[in-house]
Design a protein around this ligand. Sequence first.
Ligand SMILES: [Zn+2]
Ligand SMILES: [Zn+2]
Length: 304
Amino acid sequence: MAAVRRETPESDPWLKLLEAALAESETSAAWETAVPKPAAERPAKAPLLSHIRIMLDARAPRGWVRRLLELALPAEARKIDAIALLEAALCHDDARIDGLARSGGADPAVLRVAGQMALLPLLQACARALAPAVPAAWWEGYCPVCGAWPVVAEYTGLERKRQLRCGRCGTGWAIPQLRCVYCDETDHDRLGYLTPEAGEQTRKVEVCNSCKGYLKAVTTVRPLAPWAILVDDLTTVPLDIAALERGYQRPERPGYPLECRITERRGWGRLVEVGGGWWRLLLRGLHHPPSPPPSSTDLRRGEA
Ligand SMILES: [Zn+2]
Ligand SMILES: [Zn+2]
């Protein structure tokens, strides 16, 4: 990341968000406990997180989103609802994020990026925990965990196996044959590559002349770490520009809309709601605490 910062100083604000998200991902236990069970009866083509409900402990996630927004949008951080932002980002609902930005007076483009960064610790915890549940034969072009389009196709190892990588949750999935990830085109005459003119043997851009979609590709010795996918995506922007200039694009719509809900688990609120009688007893207990247990000196005095 230090190297990226040196080469592209303009990426610094973005790298700060990514570093904060990685630190949160590594240090907070709040996200592991929020990982939901995939719905048992979901359509065969639905990603694991489609139509699920995620329960979050309120305080830690709100604190995290606030800290991140203070880096990205310091003046508006307090006006954006953290849980609504996480939910909209998870569902890839850019229209809803734009609505949150408008009502909070924030720049929608910045809030879209901040929303995805805010979601990173939760999504990566889900991807780690749900990896064993990913169907072995997943033939879709979108991520089997979170429904996003891949940001890169990796050709790994000696066999150069093609593996698609999700830029949101980091999941990788193999698509054995050459096929457009967006429209399933398999006709070789309709599929092609853009390759950099000089040097760079490890880079190319896969393009489809049926849907005009493109996907960056890289040859690697071993699969990229989930965070490295994001840095790689940032450092290969010239490839995106080359593809866009030739009339190719990435779809704006998500691969598979998740339609998830994120709700808060409210400890005290819940007690007040359901336990009308005994929470008052608990409060009385707090005002008149029971006498403390005897200390060891008291005990010895008693023995004497
Ligand atoms: Zn994903
Ligand atoms: Zn296509």
